[in-house]
Design a protein around this ligand. Structure first.
Ligand SMILES: Cc1cc2nc3c(=O)[nH]c(=O)nc-3n(C[C@H](O)[C@H](O)[C@H](O)COP(=O)(O)OP(=O)(O)OC[C@H]3O[C@@H](n4cnc5c(N)ncnc54)[C@H](O)[C@@H]3O)c2cc1C
Ligand code: FES
Ligand code: FES
Length: 1340
């Protein structure tokens, strides 16, 4: 219930980009991101997730401390930042850093020129994280830079170019001297671009000499007015009253305590990273919020005889700095707790969250997986509490963490500060955590452990062990610890401790979060590591009394942490660019992305950045909570009562067709959780969401089919079986020396494009015309579906796409449905409608990559030859057809990858289930098929005992050959790539080193794998490849280009400008691209399958050549004239200066009856070699090095193409090693944001990442001999999967375990740990499937 606060509302004053903002009616519920975007129209700051997990919304906050008289700058996630917390602060957004209009900042320029942006949606956030770092450290170290980017996700680039751009701030650029050869890289034929040493960037892909230097005097100064205000208001209570919530910021502890006494339920919001998250998830609201950041006592930092006292309002980044200073100053034995805390403070969240989240907030909100609490607790930290009734101290112990009434703070109390004690000489303290990713991921399990010995002995005097991530709070193995007091620190004690902990800490089989056996294993694995750390510590302290750890045991110590990534990119520039090529001709050169600077300044406009139009309404959808059910009724009465709600739209409001294959609005039945049932349109998004929550739907349950296994059982398929047969498999099996069989499961994948699906529909006044601005890969489909839904001809619907903030196949079919949903609402209300999905809704509704299940039977000869194979492939298509037929066809056609299997049968099935419909995703099924094939190779190598690379070589296509669909092709370049990769990666030497390492390290293993690839570019039908273009030359000589392709980040328009420049022989500066639109180029096919650029390029080239020819007579008459003269003359002679170009498409066909065809336009070969290290105790791994060779040196733009390879590779690493989608047994997706679904972050890329384009690899089919590289790098990410598998195999071999083990994808820490079976995996209890209801099910 709202409690009145007597004081009237104060004026909220803060600065944004040097300009004063005054809010008379500030709403405490308003968050900065939305305020910036909607109120201040600063749309450079992006929405990517709304939960602090992606960094797209990063801004810099500067504050003035009137007591210390200091200005502080820090990065922050504006999506979690209440505007009321900003009183007196200066906010800098990307627009304030620099703009094209004013001045581009060196960070922006370098990021763009180093090709650090593709779709550009993450770029403003990246700029802001680097900017905030540089405001605090003019010459940061590489470690600081990487740490500053921990909290920023990029789905496109693979991070390497972003790191490159930052390198230039560390040191001055110098030549790489070709890594020790002493030669200048620029003198070589090859162009070597490397970022291999700290502070150096040596790039043929960008030119560091062009970079303007940093000039700190150009930055905004902290507004003096705010300094004055901070001084004057030191003693003033600030009150901001909103509609529902009042925000009170008291200036003194006394006043805070009075307020807390008056409003005991009011939270103390500091960083809002916990309260804000809860609010997001549960829409809880607080009538009163107390903001205690101006209270000096809550910022103290002092040292006492017992330890450091740190104010509860200090943020975690400050805590890190304080502890680092203490560790540097104090004797080591006193700082063991601090070192343990620092270990976690390096990996906890991203720098933005670390700069916002407070120590007090962390302690009091005590999430189960919060990392610091177990350490603070074992370290016997003390909370200094205060209330109106006085002060007291309580221990931050397990009972406090469990919220036990007698150990907790009272409602009226606040934590003022925390005493973190010094450690003692005989203390040993360790911190452990294992998360899905090394950084910026919540722990799966964490732990703090401490033992105190009788001085000089190993007799336990005190022992504490706490675990997070096991129950709903951090829990203690208190009883176990008690029983171990008095024991010696030896192996018997360890065995006893493991037994006791297993008995005491119970994790039920259906525990939330799943991974139950893994989590149980971690409990004892951490304990074992602690045991060894202590033994090692004892030896170091008393080397004459305690034995040194054996080498085997030593290998269990130490964390796997990625170092600073380094990159090398080599392409054949000198050959690529013909010696006769004019210097003005940009083809083959690493031209910066046409929108690169705009990405970096935040001036690139995405759908939701389009300013509101008059009368615009916002739309929120109501989605099904059932996987399969009849809709009995929809009751919208209550929703319509919500203030601001204008209407509720259902399928009944569709005048025409309700979608094609998939319904836009469910009619009488729902077929998956997340299916759209109706939409609420309102004056604001908040009102629309509020209305949507009030719609009541009654369902009648029907039996759902969720998994591939279920679908097979129910004979539930989307299409008929797709089959290819080559040779005679029965004969093949008969002549085989051996036959092996196996299975593989591959999980699905979320696209996680940074820009969520968005559409803005604007009805025009006349003729029922409608403009649709939409983030799509397929404008024609949007146009068709909207027209048919509104019962109009397509010529009334104008679709526009300027750019898309990432798509990866996920925006081919789905945006059309969202456009229909919005268009029907716009048609019904007569108003413009904006529909921008929130991240969780986007992930819930859209589906992703198809989960895969494959069964193989392989006939092999003892020499490693595969002579027969029978494959059964299944994909989980979800509830509608979407692209599933194409995906299963591609799986069947591409499954042979690089291998010639003389007798092969492949059968493919697309299963129909009640999951959200899965759709296209980079590689279109090949990433699943290729992994499956490579799994068979591994099985053969295991069976024969031959090295994996030998089995690959034995079975690889050689010379001129026939594919499984009987098409002739030449495998010469496959072999060239293979040899080159073996050589460049120094494979055999490194393999020997890996083996050597493995003999010495029992608990850590390295693995290496080299994987070949035959990738087919394009589609298996000609008409998919058609493309159109329209080019206008204006009288001033400027050129406007349009074509049917869409900018998804792949640089399509940049390449088009390069092509026009070459064809018309004019500088790039003359040429402009505006937008892709159905009004200029009709009937475009979707931009996908790696051919979007080259097919549209052919259409553009065609148009250019038509125009060039028309200008022939004029050029002949005036050969020395300027372009402008020719154009002016042509106009005078009435020569048309506008032309359409058209490309009919590569001829491809596939005849499924004869199982023969020319299924794809051409092949692209590649090979990757990856090396990893795994931690057998936890399952963690680190990517050490990857070398990629791709046979595509005649790139139109090598910077773009290398960026595509790297980006796709890292997405592949995500699919195969990280990204897990979970579904509940009822079919509801449980992973709906970056907090639960981990895409690769900067810490996940290989420490050394090298990409080479194979010299002289011509392509007679595509324009200028180029090849489509959009997706090819993806599958090569599987080299990391197989390197991990290699490492696991080494562990298993040493442990005497069978080597024919199966692993599924993604190969996560959980799988790695459980496959490295040992005494600890053996000792944990196992649950019999079927005896409990699991938290999540396997749908593949
Ligand atoms: C994207 C993201 C990633 C994260 N990753 C990690 C991670 O990897 N590891 C990890 O450990 N944690 C992680 N966290 C959690 C984070 O550590 C906590 O959310 C944070 O420490 C809470 O601090 P706050 O100041 O934001 O709390 P707020 O949200 O402001 O407050 C939280 C609660 O604490 C109470 N409170 C605050 N201060 C006091 C006080 N002085 N006295 C009494 N009560 C008080 C408030 O009343 C409120 O109930 C993550 C959070 C986010 C959003
Ligand atoms: S939008 Fe704020 S972190 Fe993702
Ligand atoms: S460029 Fe980073 S998400 Fe697209």
């Amino acid at each position: 219930m709202a409690l009145a606060y007597p004081q009237p509302s104060d004026e909220l004053v803060f600065f944004v980009n040097g300009r004063k903002v005054t809010e008379r009616q500030a709403d405490p519920e308003e968050l900065l991101l939305y305020y910036l975007r909607k109120k201040l129209r600063l749309s450079g700051t992006k929405y990517g997730c709304g939960v602090g997990g992606c960094g797209a919304c990063t801004v810099m906050i500067s504050t003035y401390d009137p007591v210390a008289k200091q200005i502080q700058h820090h990065p922050a996630n504006s999506c979690l930042l209440p505007i009321c917390s900003l009183h007196g602060a200066a906010v800098t957004t990307v627009e304030g850093v620099g703009s094209i209009k004013a001045r581009i900042h060196p960070i922006q320029e370098r990021l763009a020129k180093c090709h650090g942006s593709q779709c550009g949606f993450c770029t403003p956030g990246m700029v802001m994280s680097i900017y905030a770092l540089l405001r605090n450290h003019v010459r940061p170290s590489m470690e600081q830079i990487i740490s500053a980017l921990d909290g920023n996700l990029c789905r496109c680039t693979g991070y390497r170019p972003i790191i490159d751009s930052c390198m230039s701030f560390v040191g001055e650029p110098t030549c790489c001297q070709l890594r020790g050869t002493g030669q200048c890289c620029l003198d070589k034929e090859e162009c070597v671009c490397t970022s291999s040493t700290e502070g150096q960037i040596h790039s043929g892909l960008c030119n560091p000499e062009e970079f303007p230097s940093m000039d700190p005097t150009q930055e905004f100064i902290f507004p003096p007015e705010l300094m004055r205000m901070a001084q004057e208001q030191q003693k003033t209570t600030l009150v901001f009253r909103g509609k529902r919530t009042t925000w009170i910021s008291p200036p003194s502890l006394k006043e805070l305590l009075e307020l807390k006494a008056k409003y005991p339920n009011a939270p103390l919001v500091v960083g809002n990273t916990s309260v804000g998250l809860k609010k997001n998830h549960h829409d809880t609201y607080h009538p009163i919020i107390l903001h205690p950041v101006r209270i000096p006592e809550m910022h103290v930092v002092s040292s006492t005889n017992n330890g450091l006292v740190i104010g509860a309002a200090c943020c975690l980044a400050q805590l890190r700095n304080i502890l680092m200073e203490a560790v540097a100053k104090l004797p080591q034995e006193k700082t063991k707790i601090y070192q343990a805390l620092l270990q976690h403070l390096r990996t906890l969240a991203g720098e933005q969250i670390r700069s916002m989240a407070s120590l007090g907030g962390h302690i009091v909100s005590r999430g189960s997986t919060w990392d610091l609490n177990p350490i603070l607790s074992v370290g016997k930290s003390v909370l200094n509490l205060a209330s109106e009734d006085g002060e007291r101290q309580i221990l931050l112990n397990d009972q406090f963490l469990a919220g036990c009434e007698n150990a907790d703070l009272k409602a009226k109390e606040v934590v003022v500060s925390v005493l973190i004690p010094y450690s003692l000489k005989d203390d040993f303290i360790s911190a452990f955590r294992q998360a899905g990713s090394q950084k910026n991921a919540f722990s799966i399990v964490n732990s703090g452990m401490r033992v105190l010995f009788n001085p000089g002995t190993d007799t336990i005097v005190d022992l504490s062990i706490l675990y997070g991530g096991i129950g709903s709070t951090t829990i203690s193995a208190r009883k176990s610890c008690k029983k171990l007091i008095g024991r010696q620190w030896n192996d018997q004690m360890l065995n006893e401790a493991c037994r006791l902990v297993r008995e005491e800490i119970f994790l039920p089989p259906s525990a939330q979060g799943g991974k139950v056996e893994y989590r149980r294993t971690l409990l004892v694995s951490f304990l074992f590591r602690f045991y060894l750390e202590v033994l090692h510590g004892l030896y170091q302290m008393y080397p004459f009394r305690y034995a040194e750890l054996s080498q085997k045991r030593m290998s269990a110590l130490g964390l796997l942490q990625s170092g600073v990534p380094q990159g090398v990119q080599i392409y054949q520039m000198r050959c690529d660019v013909d010696p006769g090529q004019s210097p003005q001709d940009p083809v083959g050169r690493p031209i910066m992305h046409q929108s690169g600077i705009k990405h970096a300044t935040g001036e690139a406009v995405y759908i939701d950045d389009i300013r509101p139009v008059d009368g615009e309404l916002s739309l929120a959808v109501v989605t099904s909570i059932k996987a399969h059910a009849k809709i009995i009724s929809i009751d919208a009465l209550e929703a319509l009562q919500v203030p601001g709600v204008v209407d509720v739209v259902t399928a009944r409001d569709i005048p025409g067709e309700n979608g094609k294959d998939e319904q836009a609005y469910a009619e009488d039945k729902v077929i998956c959780v997340g299916q759209i049932i109706c939409a609420v349109v309102a004056e604001s998004l908040t009102q629309a969401k509020c209305g949507a929550e009030k719609v009541k739907i009654v369902y009648e349950d029907l039996e759902p089919v969720l998994t591939i296994e279920d679908a097979i059982k129910h004979n539930s398929y989307i299409t008929e079986e797709k089959k290819i047969e080559k040779g005679d498999i029965e004969k093949g099996f008969k002549s085989a020396d051996e036959i092996i069989e196996g299975e593989l499961h591959i999980g699905g994948q979320e696209h996680f494009y940074l820009e969520t699906n968005s559409v803005l529909v604007i009805p025009r006044v006349e003729d029922k015309e409608m403009d649709v601005y939409v983030s799509t890969q397929h404008v024609t489909d949007v146009q068709e579906l909207v027209a048919s839904a509104l019962n109009l001809q397509s010529n009334k619907i104008m679709c526009h796409v300027k750019r898309v903030g990432g798509a990866f196949g996920g925006k081919i079919t789905k945006p059309s449905l969202f456009a229909v949903v919005a268009a029907v609402a716009a048609n019904k209300t007569g108003c413009p409608v904006r529909f921008a999905l929130e991240r969780n809704m986007d992930m819930l509704i859209t589906g992703g990559r198809h989960p895969f299940f494959g069964k193989y039977k392989v006939g092999l000869m003892n020499d490693g030859r595969i002579i027969a194979a029978d494959f059964q492939c299944y994909i989980n298509g979800g509830c509608t057809k979407d692209e599933s037929e194409l995906v299963i066809e591609y799986i069947v056609l591409k499954v042979d990858n690089a291998y010639n299997i003389p007798n092969l049968r492949v059968r493919g099935h697309a299963c129909k289930t009640n999951l959200p419909s899965n759709t296209a995703f980079s590689g279109f099924g090949f990433p699943q098929a290729g992994l499956f094939m490579e799994m068979c190779i591994v099985a053969v190598a295991t069976q024969t005992g031959l090295p994996h690379e030998k089995v690959r070589e034995i079975n690889m296509y050689k010379g001129v050959n026939l594919t499984s669909f009987k098409e002739e092709f030449n495998a010469e370049n496959l072999w060239k790539c293979w040899e080159e990769c073996l050589d460049k990666s120094d494979y055999y030497n490194r393999k020997a080193m890996v083996e050597e390492f493995n003999t010495k390290n029992y608990w850590k293993k390295k693995g290496i794998a080299i994987i070949p690839m035959k990738f087919s570019v394009g589609f298996n039908a000609t008409y998919f490849h058609q493309a159109g273009a329209l080019i206008h030359i204006y009288i001033d000589g400027s050129v406007l280009v349009t074509h049917g392709g869409i900018e998804l980040g792949q640089g399509i328009h940049t390449k088009m400008l390069q092509i026009v420049s070459r064809e018309l022989k004019i500088p790039l500066s003359y040429i402009h691209f505006c937008e892709t639109s159905t009004t200029t180029v009709p009937n475009g096919k979707y931009t996908a399958a790696s051919v979007g650029t080259e097919i549209n390029a052919r259409a553009v080239q065609d148009a250019c050549q038509i125009l060039w020819k028309r200008l022939d007579p004029i050029r002949r008459d005036n050969p020395n004239g300027r372009w402008e003269d020719w154009i002016s003359e042509a106009h005078k002679q009435s020569i048309s200066l506008s032309a359409t170009g058209y490309f009919k498409g590569y001829v491809t066909d596939m005849n499924w009856d004869t199982q023969k065809g020319h299924a794809f336009p051409y092949f692209l070969f590649g090979v990757a070699c990856s090396e990893v290290e795994i931690d057998c105790l936890t399952g963690a791994h680190k990517n050490i090095r990857t070398d990629i060779i791709m046979d595509a040196c005649f790139s139109i733009n090598p910077a773009i193409d290398i960026g595509q390879i790297e980006g796709a590779f890292i997405q592949g690493v995500g699919l195969y090693t990280l990204e897990e989608i979970y579904f509940s047994p009822e079919g509801e997706q449980l992973t709906l944001g970056p907090d639960t679904y981990k895409i690769p972050a900067i810490c996940d890329i290989p420490e050394q990442f090298r990409v080479y384009l194979l010299p002289n690899s011509r392509n007679s089919i595509a324009i200028y001999s180029s090849k489509g590289m959009g997706e090819a790098g993806f599958f090569l990410g599987s080299s990391v999967f197989f390197a991990i598998r290699d490492a696991v195999a080494a562990a298993r071999k040493e442990r005497g375990l069978p080597l024919d083990f199966t692993l599924s994808s993604p190969l996560t820490a959980e799988q790695i740990r459980m496959a490295c079976a040992d005494v600890f995996t053996e000792m944990i209890p196992k649950d019999k499937p079927g005896t409990y209801k699991p938290w999540a099910i396997n749908v593949s």
